[in-house]
Write a protein that binds this ligand. Structure first.
Ligand code: FES
Length: 178
């Protein structure tokens, strides 16, 4: 339960909002970290802590691509294939990425490292093909750059020298003074 695992962080987050309902997104990140995805339990728990209707958390889960309704790999590669990116080869890029990782869209590699998702516009239309992973953008991609990115992420995962997760960033923020 996030109310136990992240009690201190939740307290820090709630102190930063005049209306606790506004803390819904950071709490959803904590819940997703705890449960691996926005399971029914995760959604319910956030709703209870914030006195929200569970359908509100459900709708946010569906709206924001950073929240997942199913378990995912460690790195979620969110490839934009919205119109502007499609005109710059995003669909072919998605196909190539799926072939390389031997998965289909929404699938996860056997080692549990990568999930590929397609998403709507991420605001980098002129730098397509592009993707977002762990809040970072990779832009102007091609097959070679994709291979490099995958190799780099595999190395990070193996060495344990990973970037701060969304939750680590949130908890650092929650613990900051003022
Ligand atoms: S359409 Fe892909 S980033 Fe805008």
């Amino acid at each position: 339960m996030i109310s136990e695992t992240y009690a201190e962080e939740i307290e820090g987050i709630l102190e930063r909002y005049p209306n606790k309902k506004s803390a819904v997104l950071p709490l959803m990140h904590l819940a997703q970290q705890e449960y691996g995805y926005m399971s029914d339990e995760a959604k319910r728990e956030v709703a209870v802590i914030l006195d929200l209707d569970p359908t509100h958390v459900l709708s946010l889960t569906g709206f924001y691509s950073l929240f997942h309704e199913e378990p995912t790999g460690k790195y979620v590669l969110e490839i934009c294939n919205d119109l502007a990116c499609a005109l710059r080869g995003a669909d072919e890029f998605v196909e190539m990425a799926c072939r390389k990782l031997e998965i289909s869209v929404d699938g996860t590699t056997e080692d549990g490292l990568f999930t590929i998702k397609t998403v709507m516009c991420l605001g980098a239309c002129d730098r397509a093909p592009m993707l977002q992973h762990n809040l970072k953008f990779a832009e102007n991609l091609d097959e070679e750059k994709f291979d490099q990115l995958i190799a780099q992420l595999r190395l990070q995962a193996e060495s344990g020298d990973d970037e701060p997760s969304v939750v680590q960033r949130i908890t650092a923020y929650a613990k900051k003074d003022g």
